[in-house]
Design a protein around this ligand. Sequence first.
Ligand SMILES: Cc1ncc(C[n+]2csc(CCOP(=O)(O)OP(=O)(O)O)c2C)c(N)n1
Ligand code: SF4
Ligand code: SF4
Length: 596
Amino acid sequence: MAEKKLMLGNQAIARGAYEAGVKVSSAYPGTPSTEISENLVQYKDVLYSEWAPNEAVAAEVAIGASISGVRAMCCMKHVGLNVAADALYSISYIGSNGGLVFIVADDPGLYSSQNEQDTRMVARAAQVPVLEPSDSQEAKDFMKTAFEISERYDTPVIYRTTTRLAHSQCSVELAPRVEIEDKPYERNMAKNVMMPGMAKKRHLVVESREYKLMEDACTLDLNGVAGDAADPAGRLNRVEMGDTKIGFITAGIAYEYVKEVCPNASVLKLGMTNPLPKKLIEDFASKVDELYIFEELEPVFEEQIKSWGIKCHGKDVFTRQGEYSANLLRKVILGEENIAAKPFDVPARPPILCPGCPHRSVFTALKQLKIHASGDIGCYTLGAVAPLSVIDTTVCMGTSISALHGMEKAKGHDYIKNWVAVIGDSTFLHTGINGLINMVYNHSTGTVLILDNRTTGMTGHQDNPATGKTLQGDPAYEVDFTTLCKAVGVEHVYTVDSYDIEAVKARVKEEVNREAVSVVICKAPCALLKGIKFPDVVTPIPEKCKKCGLCLKPGCPALTKNPDGTISIDETMCNGCGLCVTQCHFGALDKHPRVK
Ligand SMILES: Cc1ncc(C[n+]2csc(CCOP(=O)(O)OP(=O)(O)O)c2C)c(N)n1
Ligand code: SF4
Ligand code: SF4
């Protein structure tokens, strides 16, 4: 009997890649996609996997591997696809040699993202097929299907997952790896070189591929073969006829909610969500009295289905925002309120930097200087919230630096004298460096703070090109930020200890007044990195405390005010960074060596 294992969606995707014979994977971390690559590492004897500096690079690496003839994939979160979009739109014209799969993880409900975009919209624009699993078993099985479709139809395939699927688990039946023979590489300029003359012809090929897929989608099986599956249950797009009063067209995790709430209803479960199986949908719609389109986020199915003249309910009754649930369906279809699901009335707990985080010290310094920060994406985005309230803007990865430059060009040097750009090490290497090159090139005078905490903190401590280690655990060259910044023409590059508030303040004060671009590298490892321990512990001395609350201003969660106004430190949280000690003017917080 085949071995079964309880697996998270992301573990199952990694297992599926292994079983499908994938040889190369490149990725940039981003919740909820990160664990796919972290799980791929266990197969490193047969499957090479890496962290790339950004998603465009990850996609291009996978493209190169596919062109050379092996099965290859890249992984990213939904916003990462924007970074990789240039490559996607053109590789859609070129197609694949070895199978090529873009795994893209959407985040309905915005658990950890800056927007709620729907990858199916990008896929439609790029004319690329999309597969969407509904549970961990499918998450594994659909990987093989995706590669089969990619090779059979000469196309990249987007494999879309969502937060709920990525992080929920079910039992998965394992299979052995299939060793796929490398496809021969043949030089083919008409197919692989996208100059206008060739691209025009390839666009026609893409269009006919799309129509063919739309037709075949009605009968495609899990091996990516059309017309073969005598048993409709084995089809990628599956009709489950039941009570015909209500019919649902659904996909992904939303299918599970339909089965839970309306187990007897008729369902068309889409495993391939682009292009849509038009004939199958028309046939299904004709057999049910009332048709509901139950799709998270945008009305992608609904708009197409309505454009074919089919009457249905969709966003008129279901929301376009946030995550769907069984309760949503219960309420809309059955008119039932689920009392148990009502949230308890508990105080809101805002997101906050960890105790001892080096970013907190830097933001405390900036706050004391009354500096605004053009911000970026990472743990340090939390510098926007009270009590630090230093970051004024956060748009997307890399924007901090270019936006500061834009402000200066709009309003002049004096305007940005109380502004800096703040960016993390991983984000700087992702897309920040281009903005810095632009600043030098176009005569900016702004100040950029690189918060180098030696890791990609926000997504859970992934290595990056500056940490000296690869995803597979091999030692690597550590990008030297000073040399890098000097190489692009920044003359004034300084490194300060993030915890040394006075040094940060002095350096920033000088640099914002300088008539030239400068970079201040604020360096100190993330407080949660393995092996990071400060030599001292901090204890309050209540007799010396003046109850002024100055030590509380940086907002470290390890400190609390007692009813009498003195301070308590939660030993289980405090890591002895000493920031609060520097803020107390009365010696009421004592820093002394940790007893080993
Ligand atoms: C285009 C894109 N890719 C990935 C992410 C997910 N993500 C958010 S911040 C971040 C990196 C943060 O690392 P770093 O800049 O080193 O800052 P830290 O969190 O360590 O402070 C990543 C990968 C994203 N938001 N956007
Ligand atoms: S994970 Fe590290 S960088 Fe992120 S908030 Fe916590 S201590 Fe700071
Ligand atoms: S030393 Fe102070 S600021 Fe640092 S973690 Fe402990 S309580 Fe927080």
